[in-house]
Design a protein around this ligand. Structure first.
Ligand SMILES: O=C(O)CCC(=O)C(=O)O
Length: 376
């Protein structure tokens, strides 16, 4: 039997919607060790190595996505189930995977990185013209403006957030870097397509009865009715003075459903293991990293794991002089989706996806929604 990609959504870069910044909250109480034990009882041993040495990325599985690559229009449904099972096993333990053969063209990713390099190299006063307005998510966010953990000073990073429905012409550097807008929007749309395939597989792996209906809860990505955002990140060479405790990106979990991450060759990303130890998640050529966010952990009543991660400062002199770049695509269900425990357990009370984000903001900042925080 053949099935389509399930990609029925429309992409409308012209429509508008309001900002939804999401602060960090402590993750729900569910250690990955517990999840692994439960999984082992129910499904047999999980083939993941937890005693990875720091040089090893062995705790994060590399999954071959070729049976559902974006380069495939129609696929054999029988091929999808093993992939779905692998994905859900990884997401229910470490919460992170590398995907190989995903089908997003490497040339498009390079073009976006190169255009972003040109943007980030512009003088501060030029970049300021494209600053993210207080009432939007789209636009430039300057160095140290955000911190993802309150325990550390501002992150040593700058970013350009891409939220198509909020992107007015004035918020693109069209004269300075003419190719930036087109490359960013093309990559946004490829990430949207890939995320729908990943979500479809997660639904299959979780044995959700109506997979098409579950997918349809994501059909407004790229419009005002959905909070999905792409964020292009630049970590510049270290300044002469680094504040105590300051790193490139502080310890945090992501807030949404899943995140797709492209990283350049520089490295620095670390992911927390079950033992609480941070282990490198090094760049692996031609792969993307995909991880679970807090909303998906809640939706699955803690079956899937939203895992802490961070980006450290480079240790070597050469590394300290290096620029690091990454692109994160933070996926959310449509704002009007009711997030009720998918296993029927009512572990967490039902909440609308849009309200969930607002609630996270209010509980952390007492309603100060304009506070500058990361928006993942
Ligand atoms: O730059 C990276 O590799 C990770 C970025 C990240 O974790 C985030 O922006 O939430």
């Amino acid at each position: 039997m053949t099935v389509s990609s399930g990609d029925k959504s429309t992409f409308d870069p012209q429509s508008t919607f309001s900002c939804s910044h999401e602060p960090l909250l402590p993750r729900p109480d569910s250690s990955c060790r517990n999840r692994m034990d439960k999984d082992t009882e129910e499904h047999g041993p999980v083939p993941i190595h937890w005693d990875a040495t720091p040089e090893d990325h062995g705790h994060i599985p590399i999954i071959d996505f070729s049976s559902y690559s974006l380069l495939k229009g129609a696929v054999d449904e029988d091929e999808l189930q093993p992939l779905a099972t692998q994905l859900v096993q990884a997401f229910s333990t470490v919460g992170f995977v590398y995907l190989r053969n995903h089908g997003i063209p490497a040339a498009l990713v390079s073009r976006t990185f190169e255009a972003a390099d040109k943007f980030f190299a512009l003088p501060e006063e030029v970049k300021t013209k494209f600053s993210r307005p207080a009432d939007k998510s789209h636009g430039w966010v300057c160095l140290e403006r955000e911190r993802v953990t309150m325990e550390r000073p501002g992150d040593l990073k700058e970013a350009f957030n891409v939220r198509p429905p909020q992107a007015t012409e004035k918020l693109w550097p069209s004269e300075e870097v003419p190719e930036f807008q087109q490359a960013s929007l093309q990559l946004y749309d490829k990430c949207r397509q890939l995320s729908l395939r990943i979500i479809e597989l997660m639904a299959r792996g979780l044995n959700i009865q109506d997979v098409s209906n579950f997918l349809s809860l994501h059909d407004k990505i790229g419009t005002a009715a959905n909070g999905t955002m792409m964020r292009i990140l630049h970590y510049p060479p270290l300044p002469e003075r680094v504040k105590p405790g300051q790193i490139r990106c502080g310890e945090h979990t992501d807030y949404g459903e899943i995140t797709i991450l492209f990283q350049d060759a520089v490295g620095g990303l670390e992911v927390q293991s079950c033992e609480g130890k941070y282990v490198p998640a090094p760049p692996i050529p031609d792969t993307v990293v995909v991880n679970i966010g807090d909303l998906m952990q809640r939706w699955t009543a803690d079956k899937l794991a939203s895992t802490m991660h961070r980006v450290l400062l480079p240790e070597t002199e050469e590394g300290q002089k290096s620029h690091r770049r990454s692109i994160a695509f933070f996926v959310h269900p449509n704002k009007d989706t009711t997030i009720a425990s998918l296993d029927g357990s009512n572990k967490y009370p039902p909440i609308k996806a849009g309200e969930y984000l607002d609630e996270r903001l209010t509980s952390t900042y007492g309603g100060r929604k304009s506070e500058e925080k990361t928006v993942n």
